[in-house]
Ligand binder design. Structure first.
Ligand code: MTE
Ligand code: MO
Length: 161
């Protein structure tokens, strides 16, 4: 057999990363960078400090995390604001690095943080590396989870059950 055009999940440049959206969602999904380009794209030029490598500045583009997760159907009644306050968003990179946000942090009715699920970094697409979390409000870089492999929405906080 000769060479073939890209098949699902691969291209001549290597495998394509997928982000798994799971948890309390009506429409769980697996999304590639190409699919994340369908949402309205936002740009953010940010500076953050790393404890080991100092201050870095980058320009990212991608959809709002809130837009992507809202389309996946989180399990609350959107008309009842108090319901949303129990929801957590856990973001995990391929290397196991993870960060937890509250739903209210990115909700336009509460914290309104313009958090991106970035699909480009300084003009380069992240198809193979996977998307990166961008939190323009953060002074430190530690929550800028790169190589995002999974995002889990959890509305059943049970520690006080
Ligand atoms: N997947 C993953 N993302 C990560 C990290 C990590 O260890 N793994 N480190 C974080 C930290 S501590 C910083 S400061 C930023 C910037 O890292 P960079 O210097 O690799 O750009 O990435 C963040 N994102
Ligand atoms: Mo860091």
């Amino acid at each position: 057999m000769g060479w073939s055009l890209a098949t699902a999940g691969e291209s001549s440049a290597g495998p394509t990363a997928e982000v798994v959206l799971s948890g309390d969602l009506a429409r769980p999904a697996r999304l590639t960078v190409a699919e994340l380009l369908v949402w309205r794209q936002h740009s953010a030029t940010v500076a953050f400090e790393c404890a080991t490598s100092g201050v870095q500045q980058h320009t990212f583009t991608g959809p709002l995390l809130h837009d992507v997760l809202s389309d996946a159907g989180p399990g609350f009644d959107p008309g009842r604001r108090k319901d949303r306050l129990r929801f957590l968003i856990a973001v995990r990179g391929v290397d196991g690095h993870r960060a937890v946000l509250s739903w209210a942090e990115i909700d336009p009715d509460f914290g309104r943080a313009p958090v991106l699920l970035a699909v480009t970094l300084d003009g380069n697409r992240l198809d193979r590396a996977g998307p990166q979390l961008v939190l323009p409000q953060d002074r430190c870089g530690a929550r800028y989870v790169s190589g995002i492999q999974a995002i889990r929405v959890d509305g059943r906080y049970t520690a006080w059950a």
